[in-house]
Design a protein around this ligand. Structure first.
Ligand SMILES: [Zn+2]
Length: 282
């Protein structure tokens, strides 16, 4: 099972999964030539690379916080085939293994409302999946998701957004916000305008959930920026602002789409930039 737990101070943090999918390798690495990216992410016969959906559960002070809800599950056969979706495990399997049900989740953090991150906000019968939870979202992203245009329309589906809005469960924040003592969301624009990441600090330890600022650890070199990003130069600036800070803090990093590694630390490379260092699990 993909169920990787570790302790960050007083918090227990668990990487869950909602299955695997594939995206075009060229789109995933933007301007980087295939000759370079295929060394770190070997493509299949359709030029797609293997990715995972990695939601994160943070248990802190008796609260269960779920970052990301999972991959949209009502796209139909064509949609599933296009993205080579393999639901080898779901976010519900992971919660169940921890003795939790969706009703135990107190807080959902939607880093952004793309279908591969927020797709399970709503169940098949069209009601919010986590009925007791507040769903934390940036005002900018909720605006963009409900006012989409030709360049971002394929990423936002109203089916898992409107029911949460109607139920009044969105907790809309603007910019940085502390949700629980030591647990904050921070703006990480570039992939889109309203993306947020999550920072947990407890007893001198730090964990960061990067959202799509760093989709996989293969994307650590600064220019390895997705073609999907609406503002790639903003992504570059935000990476240069935060990667050195997170490396200096020795933060444990969790990313949304790595198919192999749930966590890593950033280590400065002698050649410049950063590499991903394995983390001992506890
Ligand atoms: Zn994504």
């Amino acid at each position: 099972m993909w169920l990787h737990s570790l302790k960050i101070g007083q918090a227990r943090v668990t990487s869950l999964t909602d299955g695997r999918f594939r995206l075009d390798g060229g789109a995933m690495f933007g301007v980087v030539p295939r000759a370079l990216w295929q060394k770190v992410a070997p493509p299949d016969e359709h030029n797609r690379i293997q990715l995972r959906i990695n939601p994160l559960l943070i248990q802190l002070g008796g609260r269960n916080v779920l970052i990301e809800t999972g991959f949209w599950d009502r796209g139909g056969d064509k949609f599933e085939a296009l993205y080579a979706v393999e639901r080898d495990e779901t976010v519900f399997d992971g919660l169940h293994a921890l003795g939790l049900t969706p009703g135990d989740i107190d807080l959902v953090i939607n880093t952004h409302l793309h279908f591969d991150h927020a797709g399970r906000n709503v169940t098949v019968d069209g009601t919010p999946t986590f009925p007791r939870a507040a769903y934390v979202v940036q005002a900018q992203d909720l605006y963009d998701a409900t006012h989409s245009h030709e360049r971002n329309r394929a990423s936002y589906l109203s089916e898992y957004i409107e029911p949460v809005e109607r139920a009044g469960l969105f907790e809309i924040v603007e910019g940085e916000a502390e949700l629980l003592p030591g647990l904050s969301v921070i703006p990480l624009p570039g992939h889109n305008l309203g993306q947020q990441g999550v920072v947990l600090r407890s007893e001198g330890e730090t964990l960061v959930y990067t959202a799509d600022l760093l989709p996989t650890f293969a994307h650590l070199p600064y220019p390895y920026i997705m073609g999907y990003d609406l503002y790639p130069v903003t992504t570059l600036g935000v990476r240069k602002q935060f990667f050195p800070r997170w490396a200096a803090e020795n933060a444990i990093i969790a990313v949304p789409h790595d198919a192999h590694r749930p966590f890593a630390r950033l280590k400065e490379s002698p050649k410049g930039g950063y590499t991903a260092e394995p983390v001992d699990r506890s």
